[in-house]
Structure formats: C-alpha cells, structure tokens
Design a protein around this ligand. Structure first.
Ligand code: COA
Length: 203
C-alpha cells in the first residue's frame, strides 16, 4: 500500500499568486509499509537517533535489521500477531517517506493490555531528528489514525511523557483529549494519557 499526499503549507501569499521559483518545492510524502528498497535510509534514521543519544521510539526501531528481509518478515508476522512475545499484542509498523528518505516511523498496536493502558497506548511514532518541526509527527499520526479506523477501532489511547511538547502538540493537532496523568517510577517521569475518538462507533 502506497499513498502519496502533498503536505499542506500555510498560505504565503494572496490566492492565485504565481509560485515563487526560489521557494523549495513541497516534497511528495508517501505513507507506506516498510520495504526493502529503503533499507539504507531506514538505517540512517536510526543512526540519527543514536547519534542524538535518543531512545529508539517507536519500539520496532530496536529490532535487528542487518538482515533486512528477515526484519521485514518479522514486522509482517507481528502485524498478523504471529511470533510475538507472550503478553504482546499484534502491531503494524508504517513509514512516512519524502523524496525517497524515511522521515518518520509509526507503530499501531491493534489492541490494549492493562500494561499498555498504563503506558504505551495504541500508537507510537518517531521523526528523523533532521526532519523535525515540519509537521511530520502530526502527519504520520494522522495517517496511522486512518489505519486504526480501518482496523475497526472506535478510539485510540496515546501516552506521552509530560515534557514531550512536540508529541503533545501532535496529539492535540489530531483531536487528542487529555484523560489522565501519572508519575511512573520505572520511567522517572509523569506520563500523560490522551484519547482520540475515531468516530467509527455507529451504535
Ligand atoms: C516528538 C516528535 C515525534 C515531534 O516530531 P515533529 O515532526 O517535530 O512534530 P511536528 O512537526 O508535527 O510538531 C507538532 C507541534 O509541536 C511543536 N513542536 C515540535 N517539537 C517541539 C519541541 N521540541 N518543543 C516545542 N514544540 C515542539 C511544533 O512546533 C508543532 O507545533 P504546532 O502544531 O503548534 O505548529 C519528535 O521530536 C520525535 O521523534 N521525538 C523522539 C520520539 C518521541 O518522543 N516520540 C513520541 C513518543 S510519545
């Protein structure tokens, strides 16, 4: 599945103005499942996280990928709920790609456990450090919410560190409603929980 979208940019002039030849073109943004052709780009995204000393989020970024075909097979199996550890739920990974560069990764858990209700929620996402503050977290979350809707979920839970301003904004941009917050000693931080209604409940 490949879906190309043009990211909306704030209008910079009056309607009908001619495009400024000095303005960079808006890159085509594709939301897709991981694929072999962009293995090197995906690895370079992980390298940027590591060079920044950041935790690898979402968690599939931690999966070994030296054998990329095996890595892709693992992701496909995880999406079908096969070969996942005890206590885990089926989950699907998506990429946002701009001009052949993997710029963001998201992961959608198909259901929740008590542990995930406390921390983890349905959706995690991470944006390549050099591509941040360009609306990509907001965009990949929006596209992943579309997948959650396709899966039949009526609402999703998203959890987020209370100091993660960018993630909180991306959640709010997508209609997130604050539910609760709690200090989690194992993380040493307050985690906020948000609900996003997907409007699929017809009862
Ligand atoms: C958090 C993260 C996903 C944000 O990605 P991003 O692509 O920069 O986010 P966006 O460009 O969509 O920004 C969304 C909003 O947050 C704001 N924002 C982004 N980063 C911010 C920061 N560090 N401080 C303050 N505001 C920030 C943006 O200006 C934007 O504001 P607006 O909607 O009012 O215009 C990214 O920093 C990241 O990958 N962090 C590491 C992994 C992570 O924390 N994932 C989330 C787990 S809950």
């Amino acid at each position: 599945m490949k879906l190309a979208v043009k990211l909306a940019r704030a209008p910079t002039g009056c309607a009908g103005r001619r495009p400024d030849p000095l303005e960079p073109p808006v890159p085509e943004t594709v939301f897709e499942r991981p694929q072999i052709g962009l293995a090197d780009s995906y690895r370079s995204l992980i390298k940027e996280f590591e060079e920044n000393g950041e935790e690898l989020v979402p968690f599939p970024l931690t999966f070994p990928n030296e054998d990329f075909e095996a890595f892709l097979k693992r992701l496909e199996a995880s999406s079908r709920g096969e070969g996942i550890p005890e206590g885990w739920v089926p989950h699907t990974t998506y990429w946002l790609v701009q001009d052949g560069v993997v710029v963001a990764v998201s992961n959608l858990r198909h259901s929740l456990t008590d542990a995930l209700r406390r921390e983890g929620g349905h959706i995690g996402y991470g944006v390549r450090p050099s591509a941040r503050r360009r609306g990509l977290a907001t965009e990949i979350l929006k596209r992943t919410l579309g997948e959650a809707r396709e899966l039949g979920l009526n609402e999703v839970l998203i959890t987020c560190g209370s100091t993660n301003a960018g993630s909180i904004r991306a959640i709010l941009n997508n209609g997130g409603e604050f539910l609760s917050e709690e200090f989690l000693p194992e993380r040493g931080e307050i985690v906020k929980r948000y609900r996003i209604n997907l409007g699929t409940d017809t009862t």
